[in-house]
Design a protein. Structure first.
Lengths: 110, 116
């Protein structure tokens, strides 16, 4: 049973801000939320992680709803290099086993 | 920076033969190393997890007899696919972590296995 639900695909133009949503209605209090992305012929790349509220780093920001059932990854000013499959993952406490769902395929258009 | 190297990037083997792949964490001490397989359909499967001071834990559908793993230290790990068949095709990914809850996992670029 999938732990997360994401839209299968999204499109954006270069320079736009992209918001990718993820639903994790059964998230446990001990679980964190991770976002990874994967470009063709590469392994997944870590983007950001969070537990609650709002997290920001040099690559992206992550907003987590108050009940933690929904998170949104925000990518400012996307470029062609941001075209990838974006995965939202929740982890079990004391285990970093990553259960990848089907992800969101982001297409960036010039 | 923290990097994970995997070798070889691509390999082809005959059905029924075996092949070995390697993973090395560079720039950090990996307290946990895991092997994943991404199928041609892009789904991920965790094969096994190796954590410092613990035995290697294989996931359901994967066994030590089929996917033996060696890790002389947690910066280096190797895995062999024994008696490879078509269903073993895919991208084998090594992920390494510095440990601690909420710590990111660094992935290599994978070893793509083709079985003919």
């Amino acid at each position: 049973l999938a732990k997360t639900t994401q839209p299968p695909s999204m499109e954006a133009y270069e320079g736009q801000e992209v918001n990718v949503s993820c639903s994790h209605t059964n998230i446990a209090t001990s679980e964190y939320i991770y976002w990874y992305r994967q470009v063709p012929h590469q392994g997944p790349q870590f983007i950001i992680q969070g537990y609650k509220d709002y997290v920001v780093n040099e690559v992206a920001s992550l907003f987590i709803s108050a009940d933690r059932k929904l998170s949104t990854l925000s990518l400012p000013w996307v470029s062609l290099r941001d075209a990838a499959v974006y995965y939202c993952i929740v982890t079990e406490w004391a285990s970093w086993q990553l259960i990848f769902g089907s992800g969101t395929q982001l297409t960036v258009m010039p | 920076g923290a990097l994970v190297y995997q070798y070889p990037r691509r390999t082809i083997c005959k059905s029924g033969t075996s092949m070995r792949m390697e993973c090395q964490a560079v720039g950090f001490q990996a307290t946990s190393v895991a092997w994943y397989r991404q199928s041609p359909q892009k789904t991920f499967e965790l094969i096994a997890l190796s954590t410092v001071n613990s035995a290697i834990k294989y996931e359901q559908n994967f066994t030590q007899e089929k996917f033996p793993i060696s890790h002389p230290n947690l910066s280096f790990s190797s895995m062999t696919v024994l008696n490879a068949y078509l269903e073993d095709r895919g991208l084998y990914l090594c992920g390494a972590s510095r440990g601690g809850q909420g710590t990111e996992v660094f992935f290599g670029k994978g070893t793509r296995l083709t079985v003919v």
